[in-house]
Design a binder for this molecule. Structure first.
Ligand code: F6R
Length: 248
C-alpha cells in the first residue's frame, strides 16, 4: 500500500478518474471489457463527475465497461432515493453510454430465503468476467470497506451483514433520522474486494483522519477491516491533507 496526499479532494478525484479512463481505453484498444468495482457515498462523487465530463467532452466511451457495486441497503427498493441503485444512476449511469446489462448493483429486495444463493452468484459473476480490474473504495469511520463492518473475516464473500451503530449514525441525516436507516445491507466481502487487481481507496476530511491513521499504521485486524488492504499488492490510498493529518 502506498499513500498519495493531495492538496484538495477535487484535484485528487480528477487524477483517479483519469486512471480509470486510461484503463477503460487500454482495455478497449485490446478488445477487452473493463471490469470496475464501484462505491457510493460522498467520497467518489467528484470522480464520477469527471468521468461523466470525459464522456461528454473527450469522447470516453463506457461500452466495454462492466460494473459491480460494492453494496446496497437491505431491504431497499431501487426507486428509493436513498438506495445505492438510485445514487449510481443519478451520479454516473444516467449520463454515460454503459449498456444497462453491464451494470450490477446488489438487489436490496431479494427475498430473505434467496439471499445466500444471490450473494454467491454475485461473486461467481465477477469471477466469470475474470475478476475486478479496478476497485474504487471509500472508508467508513468504523474502518469498513464496502459494508464490511468490524468483525468481518479477511476471506469473507458477498453476504448480508448488520450495519454498525456508528455507520447508521453517519447515515442518519440522509435518512432524516436514525430510525429510518436500514439495519442491514448486502456487501461484497473482503475476500471479493481483495481479489481486485488494483484498489484505490478515497478519504477526504478531518472526519476520516483517525480511521486513516489506524488503517495505515495499525496492526492488521478484523477490528478495522480496512487494515486487510495492507496485504494487497496494488492498493493506493488517495487522501486530502485533512484525512492525512494524523499520519506520523
Ligand atoms: C459505499 C461504501 C461505504 C462508503 C463509506 C464512506 O458504497 O461501500 O464503505 O464508502 O461508508 O462513505 P462516505 O464516502 O460517504 O464518507
Amino acid at each position: 500500500v502506498h499513500n498519495v496526499i493531495f492538496k484538495d479532494s477535487s484535484l485528487a478525484s480528477i487524477v483517479v478518474a483519469h486512471e480509470i479512463a486510461r484503463l477503460i481505453r487500454q482495455k478497449h484498444d485490446s478488445n477487452d471489457n473493463c471490469i470496475l468495482g464501484l462505491a457510493t457515498g460522498s467520497s467518489p462523487i467528484r470522480v464520477y463527475e469527471e468521468l461523466v465530463r470525459m464522456h461528454k467532452e473527450d469522447g470516453l466511451s463506457f461500452e466495454n465497461v462492466i460494473t459491480f457495486n460494492l453494496d446496497e441497503y437491505y431491504p431497499m427498493t431501487k426507486e428509493n432515493i436513498q438506495s445505492y441503485h438510485y445514487f449510481m444512476h443519478e451520479h454516473l449511469f444516467n449520463h454515460i453510454d454503459i449498456p444497462a446489462k453491464n451494470v450490477h448493483i446488489p438487489d436490496g429486495m431479494v427475498p430473505m430465503h434467496d439471499l445466500n444463493q444471490y450473494c454467491s452468484q454475485y461473486d461467481a459473476l465477477i469471477d466469470k468476467h475474470g475478476g475486478l480490474d479496478f476497485q474504487l473504495l471509500g472508508i467508513g469511520r468504523t474502518g469498513h470497506i464496502g459494508f464490511n463492518e468490524p468483525g468481518s473475516h479477511y476471506n469473507s464473500k458477498t453476504r448480508s451483514i448488520t450495519l454498525d451503530h456508528i455507520t447508521r449514525v453517519d447515515a442518519a441525516p440522509a435518512f432524516l433520522g436514525i430510525d429510518n436507516v436500514p439495519r442491514k445491507a448486502i456487501t461484497m466481502g473482503i475476500g471479493t474486494i481483495k481479489k481486485a487487481k488494483r484498489i484505490v481507496l478515497l478519504a477526504w476530511g478531518t472526519n476520516k483522519a483517525e480511521i486513516i491513521k489506524e488503517t495505515v499504521e495499525g496492526e492488521i485486524s478484523s477490528e478495522v477491516p480496512a487494515t486487510y488492504l495492507q496485504e494487497h499488492p496494488n492498493t493506493t490510498f488517495v487522501l486530502d491533507r485533512a484525512a492525512s493529518s494524523e499520519l506520523t
